[in-house]
Design a binder for this molecule. Sequence first.
Ligand SMILES: Cc1ncc(COP(=O)(O)O)c(C=O)c1O
Length: 470
Amino acid sequence: MGSLNPPRSHLFPPASPMSPSTSQLTPSAASAALFERAQRVMPGGVNSPVRSFRAVGGNPVYMVSGNGARLRTVEGRELIDYCGSWGALLFGHTRAEIVDAVAKAAGKGTSFGANTESEVEFAERLTRLVPGMEMVRLVNSGTEAVMTAVRLARGFTGRPKILKFSGCYHGHADTVLVQAGSGLLTGGLVASGGVPPTLAAEVLVASYNSLEEVSELVRAHGDKLAAILAEPVAANMGVVPPLPGFLEGLRNLANQCGALLIFDEVITGFRFGPTTFGAMQGVTPDLVCLGKIIGGGLPLGAVGGRAAVMRSLAPLGTVYQAGTLSGNPLAVAAGLATLKLMEAEPPYSRLERLGERLAVGLENAARDVDIPLICPRVGGMFTPFFLGKPPRNLDEVKRADAERFATFFRGILTEGIYLPPAQFEAGFISAAHSEADVEACIYAAQKTFSEVSNTISWRQAATDGTPCCG
Ligand SMILES: Cc1ncc(COP(=O)(O)O)c(C=O)c1O
């Protein structure tokens, strides 16, 4: 395999009192103690399932602070962060302009439950940046954005059914927790407990990237279909980009049967350019859901689209939606600061370059030791799948070796790299990552592959004909 000597540019942050040497990185006593305490008072010890590290083993790591592309754990370890709060941090941690905007807003009042000028400014900015978004409503999370979009589609069309794709995740509202990705997929659940079968029966599920399956469902149920709901790049079964023509095909099929097209851009909005992925592809849905990046790390989501549809929302229409903290001044301040930064300093060509270097570097490092690995990516969003070919849908994704990912995750964490702790998730490069950070990740992967390729199970798994897709 290639040299394990780090490239001349320093890979890890230069040694400082804050950053112990890599040999000190393994112990996680403080995190383990916290996890033990947490499990006594919180289900699974966490506030969101994938944080429990069940998919990768070991104790979850507890963080105390973040700075740029770095996280600092309770043990004082520094990690290069490729999880990025699950995609919420386009500019990394504690970017001064965002922190200052939040601090300034907090000084004026944390919540009014009444209207503010900054909400108007934020809504104006979103409607300017997203083609087809004539009106928008702010909510507190991606879940709320999709839940509202689904209710709006049902209210506007007077139809009950929703068509979604297996492996896509749209938050944890009842309707969309059927054959969902992210934590549900990691936990091996087809549908969440607590979702009434009558509700699940209104959800039609197709394979991602299969216009044939969508056409069939539209033929059979088109007159009852309120909406086709899709992640324009699937990111919650790991990164699975749309095949050419897939998004346009969805637009045409929705038009054919009079259903709305909803793009869930909670992950993809403002991720690859200063707008949505749909807009970059020239496909305009009826409704767009946003979250993550638009909140700059604070709880904020949005649903917007055609004015005729949006006017169905209360108080203009009969579709009810509300929120004590909706349009919260701190979240809106963080969101506005993020969008302003994004327009002043677009990070996208850099993210594309760093993303390409990382994906190629990881694939080469694995190839050097005969480990099948493919790293699909769009811009700086990526997933290293332990597979021979890029997957196109959930069936192909499921052939990835999640055990092998777990071994890799634990190894690379020891080397100071924090990836999302599950195979079926996306990793993120932020504007705060440097070329050296990316080289550090590739170097750490090389080292991890090399160490784990010596174990019998890894070697066997790499050569025993583990099925690959395609
Ligand atoms: C595509 C997509 N939609 C919706 C959601 C739910 O967003 P939130 O976790 O903010 O409720 C997520 C979360 O990961 C997501 O990735």
